[in-house]
Design a protein around this ligand. Structure first.
Ligand SMILES: Cc1cc2nc3c(=O)[nH]c(=O)nc-3n(C[C@H](O)[C@H](O)[C@H](O)COP(=O)(O)OP(=O)(O)OC[C@H]3O[C@@H](n4cnc5c(N)ncnc54)[C@H](O)[C@@H]3O)c2cc1C
Length: 596
């Protein structure tokens, strides 16, 4: 059976020891974030995820969601609705929302621990609160006071959920192609008409009302992304005083049959002159939606992290139990008919890859979340700007690398089970199928790569990248004479220098040929991710060696870091070669000759 145990110890090590979150929370004046309170919340969160959500993972996959075509109602898998009620009763829906809105007021960087647990326990179920969290952020930053009072509070309390309606049949990555219309109806409201596809949580049975955040065009809107506005379109109409009225003209037309995440409903939504309320300024919808999308991008990166960990935990347990063949260097368990497969080097390669990518990713993602806290809570404008620049740079790396690594690690973990991984009984094939969507929704890996190299590095003069170099330099300087780190510091410093040179070289080539950005972008994204993890593994060893941890814990960090530097970091060589190969070999073949 596929099970989950929250890795509370490594989570605490990452957040409190390596990232020193306590000091940050104190400095930012987050009163709710006292360490004893956080430890207690973490324990409760682990219990909820291990015992309520994790056992429903397979149920969700088996049953999926069903649509009643006559009414447009969707039924979620057995137990999902009840788990949501428990989630709301426990106050989890508003864990990071401001106390004034009925939330717990805890930092975002603490909320990601709960988020990681949810995604590992039950990714499909986790998509419903994920979308609500995105809607919370958009309404918090851009909603009018009455919209916050009426819609935001209800979402924070978990009474209603949110969705994000961008995609249309002809418009996915390129939002400028959007056609959905919003006509003013004369009473300060709008009539929204159009079809949105692939809408997660567009219809379900968790709550009575669903708040759709919909991108649409006003009648006089300019073409492209400059003419997009954002609207609140509730399933049940709601007046300004919060009174819930009749059914709005929005309906689920069909649901998708998918490779994975069967418990997470994916809807085609028809808006037929539905009552909508503008959020923010006309034609500035993309800006408002970006708040939601950035939150959601980090959140999808965390999905990758959760999947890596769940698959790893199960593969590790199986590899210790499963007896097949003897170790090449002599029997390790002579009393048994064969050795456990964990003695075999290649099983260890697969397990260690997940451990190294998983624990490294945890730091990368949690660090990004601390930047969200700084941005939201600091009173120092310069500090906010710095955090914003670094977060903008890190977001596409977190989103794309952690999800791509989750595809790799769930496949590796499945492989540890041999044929037993391929059949449904052990739940490993589900994890592999569920992981696949994470590299696609919330902007594909290609779109994240273009965002990283084209916008965050080239257009913004590498503001975030320069800060990352500063972090590397500081770590290297602090540990220049630390013998425990010598083997990591040297390669890390050389790589940072190479990273800067490589970036400059792409910039020069792109000035002559803009296609060089697209040609280098995905290799550059992975290269960035591997260098980032080299930093976090070095930092992990530094903290572990300096602290009063059990010797086994220190050894695990040290040896995993060694594995990372020896076996994973060399992937940067291939990506560098890809970057340097440039656009020529990609563009030389005439399109008409692809099938010749
Ligand atoms: C299960 C599921 C849930 C979803 N949930 C939601 C949701 O809640 N709300 C919502 O609005 N949408 C949702 N989506 C839609 C999702 O965000 C889109 O599918 C995704 O953004 C890609 O758009 P597309 O499918 O139209 O692909 P396209 O944009 O058509 O892209 C096709 C391929 O071309 C590549 N490509 C496009 N442009 C470039 C370029 N310039 N350079 C290199 N490659 C490029 C893409 O990476 C991709 O590989 C969901 C999708 C699925 C499958």
């Amino acid at each position: 059976m596929n099970t989950y145990k929250a890795p509370v110890r490594d989570m605490s090590f990452a957040l409190f020891d390596v990232l020193e979150a306590n000091a940050l929370y104190q400095r930012l004046g987050i009163d709710a974030a006292q360490r004893d309170v956080l430890d207690a919340v973490l324990e409760e969160a682990a219990k909820f995820n291990e015992t309520v959500l994790a056992p429903l993972m397979a149920v969700g996959d088996r049953e999926g969601c069903t649509l009643d075509p006559a009414t447009g109602a969707v039924t979620t898998p057995t137990g999902f609705k009840e788990a949501y009620a428990q989630f709301v009763d426990g106050g989890w829906a508003g864990i990071t929302a401001p106390e004034a809105l009925g939330g717990m007021g805890l930092p975002e960087s603490f909320g990601v621990l709960m988020k990681e647990m949810i995604d590992a326990a039950n990714l499909s179920w986790g998509n419903y609160p994920l979308l609500s969290h995105g809607a919370t952020e958009a309404l918090k930053h851009h909603g009018e006071p009455w919209q916050q009072e009426v819609f935001l509070k209800a979402i924070v309390e978990g009474r209603w959920t949110g969705t994000m309606c961008l995609t249309e049949p002809h418009c996915g990555s390129d939002l400028g192609l959007m056609k959905t219309r919003a006509e003013p109806s004369g009473d300060g409201q709008y009539a929204v008409t159009g079809t949105k596809i692939f809408i997660t949580g567009g219809e379900h049975d968790f709550t009575d009302n669903i708040i759709h955040l919909v991108l649409a065009r006003l009648p006089d809107a300019p073409a492209g992304t400059k003419g997009i506005s954002l609207f609140i379109v509730p399933k049940m109409k709601v007046s300004r005083d919060g009174t819930v009225g009749e059914r709005n003209a929005v309906r689920c037309g069909s649901i998708e049959h998918k490779m994975g995440i069967h418990g997470s409903v994916t809807c085609l939504m028809n808006f037929d002159g539905a009552e909508g309320h503008l959020i923010g300024q006309p034609n500035k919808g993309l800006h408002a939606m970006l708040t939601m999308m950035n939150t959601a991008r980090l959140a999808v990166g965390i999905q990758g992290l959760g999947l890596i960990d769940r698959a790893y935990q199960n593969a590790l347990r199986y590899s210790r139990d499963r007896l097949q063949m003897r170790s090449a260097s002599g029997a390790k368990e002579p009393s048994k008919p064969a050795d456990p497969i964990i003695v075999h080097p290649d099983i260890r390669r697969m397990l260690l890859t997940s451990k190294a990518l998983g624990e490294g990713s945890r730091l990368l993602a949690y660090h990004a979340a601390t930047l969200v806290d700084i941005m939201e809570r600091t009173s120092d404008d310069a500090e906010r700007k710095q955090a914003d620049d670094l977060l903008s740079f890190l977001t596409p790396i977190v989103k794309a690398c952690l999800t791509e690594w989750s595809v790799e690690c769930t496949y590796n973990s499945l492989q540890c089970f041999g044929g037993h991984g391929y059949v449904a009984e052990w739940g490993m094939e589900q994890l592999s199928r569920d992981a696949r969507i994470t590299t696609i929704y919330e902007g594909t890996t290609q779109i994240q790569a273009l965002d990283l190299l084209g916008r965050k590095v080239m257009q913004q003069q590498g503001a975030g990248l320069k800060q990352f170099f500063g972090m590397v330099q500081q770590l290297c300087e602090e540990n220049i004479s630390n013998p425990a780190l010598a083997e990591f510091i040297g390669p890390l410093a050389m790589l940072a220098k190479e990273y800067a040179d490589t970036t400059m070289a792409i910039g020069k080539r792109a000035a002559a040929n803009p296609d060089e950005i697209g040609a280098a972008s995905v290799d550059y994204l992975f290269y960035s991710g591997y260098v980032a993890l080299a930093y976090w593994w070095t930092k992990s060893v530094a903290v572990a060696e300096a602290g009063a941890y059990p010797e086994g814990f220190k050894a695990a960090k040290r040896e995993t870091a060694r594995f990372y530097f020896a076996r994973i970091l060399p992937r940067t060589r291939t990506h560098k070669a890809g970057i340097e190969a440039g656009a020529a070999s990609l563009l030389a073949l005439d399109e008409a000759l692809f099938d010749s």
